[in-house]
Design a protein around this ligand. Sequence first.
Ligand code: NAP
Ligand code: X1H
Length: 371
Amino acid sequence: MRRAIVDLSYARHFLDFQGSAIPRAMQKLLVTRLSPDFREAVTLRRDCPVPLPGDGDLLVRNRFVGVNASDINYSAGRYDPSVRPPFDIGFEGVGEVVALGLSASARFAVGQAVAYLSPGSFAEYTVVPANVATPVPEVRPETLPLLLSGTTAYISLKHLGQLSEGKKVLVTAAAGGTGQFAVQLAKRAKCHVIGTCSSEEKCAFLRALGCDRPINHRAEQVGDVLKREYPSGVDVVYESVGGPMFDVAVDALAPRGRLLVIGFISGYQSDSGLSPVKAGALPAKLLRKSASIHGFFLNHYLSEYRAAMDDLLQLTARGDLACQLDLGEVDPQGKFVGLESVFRAVDYMYKGKNTGKIVVELPASAGSSKL
Ligand code: NAP
Ligand code: X1H
């Protein structure tokens, strides 16, 4: 059922935003059956009603949406096993406010550019609680990598990393959406940074970020490099690949080393979602080195989110933090434009093709029926 309109001025905005009416119908991606195979789980619907914002909400017209490794954990129903399809998908977006509820109008206005982390961004329009939206100076894709990928690196390293000058930090999937920030933040903490990736082009990107020792895992055995060049081990690992890479990382830990489990992307596409880690040997390995493993899930650190986002925005505004986007320019089928290209962008990520954060552009002039 459509929610009641709470305020007449807002009703006027809703009907007529800068001369162009908000459509009645829109496109969105919907999870229609649970599966880690994104194409199997997700359907593009063209005839969905544009939702109405409640009192504390914004209605955002999405212009750029972020693709995340965990979109397939979400489409597999792993986030909340009690939720049944159909449900919305997409974690984050940047766009403009086109309508809003009365109490949201204290901080926002129609036309305001916003960035947000909230479910349901793979849609032309998304209702976003005003308290999870960040006002931004303009609708630019460069804010997107900070929202989930940047804050994950920032909060996990700050709260669990215990970084200090001279520590050796290993970042896996270092040239990806979140890895790029882990590399730069560890460099800002004056650490020595080793980063894994899958190509010479990504190694060059990592060098440009300040990474001291990029390792192309297709050209060199990561475990061999670490044993040879870092015989006393690494102090901190930012680990998001899982499988054999996780075992390599555990073996590389220095005495009192810390391993942050950020993810295990190599396991997400399998039905169980479980990573083939040799967990049986872990207790002895950790005890022998007084080493620690820390799981990290951003949703459990939301109290730290606002401060992290503010700091990241300042760092990028000052030019002290690079924010690499991958809009699909080098994909043979071209840039990721339109909701239908989210499928292609997920494939691209799982083929290991991306450098930086994958972003899909949603053109302003999507054709839907007007009110
Ligand atoms: P991303 O790093 O931009 O892209 C994934 C990268 O992982 C690829 O470019 C590729 O890099 C590698 N890769 C892809 N498929 C792989 C596979 N099957 N096996 C091994 N490596 C593979 O993705 P992201 O969205 O930023 O996510 C990166 C990791 O961070 C994921 O594990 C994700 O779950 C995690 N994460 C965790 C949180 C949290 O709250 N804990 C939040 C955000 C992200 P290479 O070139 O290096 O092979
Ligand atoms: C309540 O806490 C959680 C935490 C993670 C609930 C679900 C998950 C989840 O589905 C995730 C997840 C979320 C974000 C991310 O970046 C990586 C991962 S990995 C993962 C998961 C995968 C397979 C499973 O069997 C269980 C969790």
